[in-house]
Design a protein around this ligand. Sequence first.
Ligand SMILES: [Zn+2]
Length: 259
Amino acid sequence: MQTNLGEDTMPTNPAMATSPHDIIEVLRKLQILDDEIREIRIRRTERLDQLDKLRKVIAHMQREIEDKRGKLIEAETSARIKLSELDTEKDRLNKSKSKLNGVTRSKEYVAVQKELEIIRKNLATKEDELSRLVKAIDDFRSAIAKEEEKFADWRSEADQAERDNQASLDSMQTKITDVDVRRKVIADRVDRAVVKRYEKIAAVREGRAVVEMKIETCTGCNMTLQPRFAEMVLRATSLVQCPHCSRYLFGDASAEAIA
Ligand SMILES: [Zn+2]
């Protein structure tokens, strides 16, 4: 039998439930609302976990890019040093050249020529090194630029997801608050001690404190009930708790008769 318990209208002046039959009806309504809240909370936690993962991925990407930028700066510094070394070498070359002009003796001429030769070789090596370094820096720089572009795309997608998630988290929170209000109205219809007991059972029984008895079996713990218990549940003249799992039991007399 499908009843519309969860959509119960909010009585402005609810009558207290005093008979066991009415109390179990109220507890069933509480159970439905609590199931609803639990469900929303689970989804909420999942969303929060997703957000957390996304944030971690973004932070990791950002760290990697920053790391590469740092390495690029190091390479650029080393290129500048090489360039200044090259300038020094060029100065030496010019000095040697002008020395050559003032040379009169052939022995000295040969020596300066030799010096020039060495400087030229050095220069060629340094120029070669520098041009390779500059090329590597250019490649590295464009690779970083591409990564930054990709990262920017990722980031804007993540930002959008974050906004969507936030909206959905907010709506979940609103729902929880709304259900809580309805829950309070219903809970006020039974004695506080009964609600407390219900909550105690729910806390140790995966949130389920009220379950249906089907074919003389508790659907909470699947244990078969003694016929006298089953009969008490169907009569509903007293609040019956499962002797195995302590959950409150309710039954459908017509269904049990068919079974
Ligand atoms: Zn049970």
